[in-house]
Design a binder for this molecule. Structure first.
Ligand SMILES: NC(=O)C1=CN([C@@H]2O[C@H](COP(=O)(O)OP(=O)(O)OC[C@H]3O[C@@H](n4cnc5c(N)ncnc54)[C@H](O)[C@@H]3O)[C@@H](O)[C@H]2O)C=CC1
Ligand SMILES: O=C(O)[C@@H]1CCC=N1
Length: 264
């Protein structure tokens, strides 16, 4: 076992808390017997986490844990009263600042992280930020926890975590939106719906393996296709001319504004 500490997840019966607990055990990073999961009800979460203890008592969870993960909705954080002053506190809450967490929990060792929905298949790219009180040993544990959900990556500025709420935190939502648009257009052109769904998924989920595996970046692929000056170039150039990048940027800006408003 890579993590030899007791980890309590407040909100551990919710979607993300339950998913992270399950990933930690499934990956072999943690023994489930060292996990304590709390919720407001006795509901245990959709995934069984072998060995884990379940409780509704957050004070008991904090007292027994070396590491406390905050996985409640941002709007529920104000009602959470814990003293975690001597714990490593890891928050996955969107928008809630390290300063808010310090003020409300007394913690000085605070990490903020933003996983995404692909944690459920252990493919979440998860940025995390640590306050200065977090030790190198703490950081290794944080990295292990998020590698168990896919791939953890430290960022050195808290502002970058706030940005990532919208970008990486949205996870599969953006590729799904692209697939939905491709599918809708194909159906509008008279292609059978089931075929259009398969085709769109093939483009987004399968063809994207090219830039997932290749050394070149997506920009290089786009450039190469435009330089080929064929049919793909016609599609790409038209999308770019209609300010595809501006539409993406405005969506990401809206997510960042929403994240900032959650902290209020
Ligand atoms: N769902 C996602 O894809 C992502 C979610 N997040 C963040 O993760 C956090 C959790 O999100 P989800 O799991 O999606 O929400 P969720 O609603 O599924 O889970 C939250 C859980 O917290 C529990 N809870 C609320 N107050 C509590 C308390 N005082 N004590 C114990 N448990 C309490 C609720 O009963 C619920 O089960 C949120 O802050 C969200 O911003 C971050 C990145 C991605
Ligand atoms: O949509 C949401 O609010 C969650 C939090 C960060 C990303 N997804």
């Amino acid at each position: 076992m890579a993590i030899n500490a007791t980890v309590g997840i407040i909100g551990g019966n919710g979607w993300l808390g339950n998913t992270m607990a399950s990933a930690a055990v499934a990956s072999g990073v943690m023994d489930g017997r060292r996990l304590i999961l709390s919720g407001r009800t006795d509901r245990r979460g959709a995934l069984d986490v072998p060995g884990a203890t379940h409780t509704r008592n957050n004070h008991e969870l904090v007292a027994k844990s070396d590491i406390v993960i905050l996985s409640v909705r941002p709007e529920d954080f104000a009602d959470l009263h814990i003293d975690a002053s001597d714990k490593l506190v890891i928050s996955v809450m969107a928008g809630v600042t390290a300063q808010d967490i310090a003020t409300r929990s007394g913690a000085t060792r605070i990490v903020r992280a933003i996983p995404n929905a692909a944690a459920s298949i252990r493919h979440s790219f998860t940025p995390w930020f640590a306050t200065p009180g977090v030790s190198e040993a703490d950081k290794r544990i944080v990295q292990e926890l998020f590698d168990a959900c896919g791939e953890g990556a430290e960022v050195l500025q808290e502002a970058h975590i706030d940005y990532c709420v919208g970008m990486t935190g949205s996870g599969a939502a953006f590729p799904a939106l692209l697939a939905q648009a491709l599918q809708a257009h194909a159906v509008a052109q008279g292609l059978p719906a089931a075929f259009a769904a398969r085709a769109a998924k093939g483009v987004v989920a399968q063809a994207s393996q090219l830039f997932a595996r290749e050394d070149s970046d997506p920009g290089a692929i786009v450039r190469k296709m435009i330089e080929y000056r064929g049919t793909t170039a016609a599609a790409l150039q038209t999308m770019l001319d209609q300010d595809f990048n501006r539409i993406i940027a405005s969506g990401l800006d809206a997510a960042a504004r929403k994240a900032a408003s959650l902290a209020k």
